[in-house]
Ligand binder design. Structure first.
Ligand SMILES: [Ca+2]
Length: 154
């Protein structure tokens, strides 16, 4: 006999938890990860490390990202200005190796892989406390540069 009843709807599948792809940056005032660590989680920009008592006071760092890739950029001055050094995931036991010990005054940490052109874009626009806005600047810059490349080919 044909069963005409509609199959009973199964319980709604459990919503997959939104994957939160947050990098984790730990910075230390001493070499070899010594001194009280400060943690920064998420895609972030810290315009003034003085706001967390770390101005010119970072000597080592650890950076991990759930995607396995990402970028940390340390800037010499507030507001992402001045010289900078960038790192991918991993650890740096002594920033003196990069001539950047006790020098950083602002920083960015993100799961994005930032190119020097992206960082230049941030430096020129700067002054954004909110990472979403930094992201927009980076993506807008990438599109503009891509358009320029396309028109150069014509
Ligand atoms: Ca500085």
């Amino acid at each position: 006999m044909i069963n005409k009843r509609k199959p009973v709807a199964k319980a709604a599948p459990k919503r997959a938890k939104a994957r939160v792809l947050q990098p984790l940056l730990q910075v230390y005032p001493g070499t070899n990860f010594s001194g009280p660590a400060k943690q920064f989680r998420g895609n972030i920009g810290v315009q003034r490390l003085s706001s967390v008592n770390l101005n010119d006071d970072i000597e080592s760092l650890r950076f991990s990202s759930p995607t396995g890739s990402g970028t940390v950029v340390l800037f010499e001055n507030n507001n992402y200005k001045g010289e900078y050094v960038k790192f991918s995931t991993g650890s740096v036991d002594d920033l003196a190796d990069f001539n950047f010990d006790n020098k950083a005054s602002s920083l960015i940490a993100t799961t994005l892989t930032l190119s020097d052109a992206d960082i230049l874009e941030i430096q020129q626009n700067g002054l954004r406390p909110n990472f979403g806005e930094i992201l927009k600047i980076v993506l807008r810059g990438r599109m503009r540069r891509a358009a320029k490349r396309r028109s150069a080919k014509k």
